[in-house]
Design a protein around this ligand. Structure first.
Ligand code: GLV
Ligand code: MN
Ligand code: MN
Length: 438
């Protein structure tokens, strides 16, 4: 059978029906202190003065945290495999090794001014699940695989979630290896530089299903006083690269009516994005996160400007509508200001529907454990969203302070992190089953 992601192939796999959970494990809890300790121990790799983390994918700090993670997984009895895009798979054997493992995990890379929890919580909670099972002497029926996906964030190399996207067959490995960062370094070169260009073909390590714990990165759970978000769907995303081409000219001598000012045009573009997102209602958001005036100088009317645009909605038709409205308004602005406006779509990720049975399993675990919970839509993109296109997948959210993320101030409580890890543990016990020792 062709593995998922083997350069274009899509191969849905289905998780086996859960083995009945032995009641004696219903009180099992992860070690909250140990989980908290690992989150703060790894936050040293790329720590920023403001208490956040700068750990760009495939950089030296990413190498440090990967080495730490590999050692910790091996100490927990796992075998660690690395694929051609650097994704790390830590395999814990199960009783029935003919079954594909249940994948759990997230990512260890961060934004340039990121926090300590985005991605880290889900990866280290997955390790904590393994440590908890080890301490309790529990063998699962099917194997488990703790995964650290390469480049979830997408800030050094685009697109975000590139390794899970390749695993799911959205990109070829060759295409992604050739992508360059702002300094012209390719993914292949960056992987070689940190020693994480693995030998396994992307997608060769089959998973039967995937469950990811993550901080919410938004304000809903905190506002409603809920501990667990049972994620049932996720927003689709379109990324664009934009360029404005006006005419650079003298700031003192060019009369205002004769200017073809790329920056003034950009101001209209930014406000147009905001207006369209608002017109499309609460189900759409649009963000210009990067903008650069080419050859900027204080006494030159800006002639060229490049920018990025991120558009999201949980509804594919709304994404289409957003795209049409953007292009129409940009055309009008360009004609009126005599500044060329280019908009190139560089990535589109369709909205995600998570697997109903897995979502129910997450909800059942939250309920059993007595946590307040609600169903929720993921506003952020996650590796689980890519995996959901080729296998059953689900996500668990916990609150973060003031809904702040992609910021050094990102914060979450030890109790909420532990609650999320407990829901992950009990979802794993339900889905992977406990091997019968009798
Ligand atoms: C990933 O961090 C995203 O942009 O949602
Ligand atoms: Mn993340
Ligand atoms: Mn992120």
């Amino acid at each position: 059978m062709t593995p998922p992601g083997a350069d274009g192939a899509r191969c849905p796999v289905h998780v086996e029906p859960p083995a009945p959970m032995t009641k004696s494990f219903s009180n099992l809890q992860i070690d909250s202190e140990r989980l908290w300790g690992t989150i703060h121990e790894t936050a040293r790799f790329g720590a920023t003065p403001k208490g956040g983390v700068r750990r760009l994918t495939l950089g030296p700090e990413d190498k440090q945290v990967r080495n730490w993670f590999r050692t910790a997984c091996e100490a927990a009895g796992c075998e660690v495999y690395v694929d051609a895009l650097g994704t790390m798979f830590a395999l814990r054997s199960g009783r029935d090794m003919t079954k594909p493992p249940l994948g759990i995990g997230s990512h260890l890379d961060t934004q340039p001014t990121g926090g300590k929890y985005d991605g880290v919580l889900g990866t280290l909670a997955a390790l904590e699940v393994v440590r908890t099972l080890n301490a309790a002497g529990i063998e699962t029926e099917i194997p488990l695989c703790v995964v650290n996906w390469t480049n979830e964030e997408g800030s050094r190399f685009a697109p975000a979630m590139m390794a899970s996207g390749t695993y799911a067959g959205d990109f070829t490995t060759e295409d992604i290896l050739a992508r360059k960062d702002a300094d012209g370094v390719t993914v292949a070169e960056a992987l070689e530089a940190i020693g994480y260009r693995g030998s396994e073909a992307v997608g060769a390590r089959r998973l039967g299903a995937f469950v990811e714990l993550h901080i919410e990165q938004g304000p809903i759970l905190e506002a409603e006083g809920k501990t667990i978000g049972v994620v049932h769907n996720g927003q689709g995303i379109i990324w664009y690269d934009g360029r404005l081409t006006g005419f650079a000219s003298h700031a003192g001598t060019t009369p205002m009516p004769l200017r073809r000012d790329a920056l003034a045009t950009f101001a209209e573009v930014v406000l147009a994005v905001e207006r369209i997102a608002r017109e499309l209602g609460p189900e759409a958001v649009g963000t210009i996160g990067e903008a650069t005036i080419e050859n900027a100088s204080r006494n030159v009317v800006p002639g060229d400007l490049t920018f990025t645009l991120d558009v999201r909605s949980a509804n594919a038709a709304t994404l289409d509508k957003f795209d049409i409205m953007l292009r129409k308004v940009f055309e009008e602005i360009a004609a009126r200001r005599k500044v060329a406006v280019e908009l190139n779509q560089v990535w589109r990720k369709e909205p995600t529907q998570f697997d109903a049975k897995l979502v129910d399993a997450v909800e059942a675990a939250a309920k059993e454990l007595g946590y307040g919970y609600r169903r929720i839509t993921s506003g952020a993109g996650h590796d689980a969203c890519n995996l959901a296109t080729v296998m059953p997948a689900a996500m668990i959210f916990v609150p973060c302070k003031d809904g702040v993320s992609h910021n050094e101030l990102e914060d979450a409580t030890q109790a909420d992190c532990a609650a999320g890890a407990n829901v992950l543990l009990h979802t794993v016990l339900a889905l992977a089953g406990v091997a019968d020792k009798g």
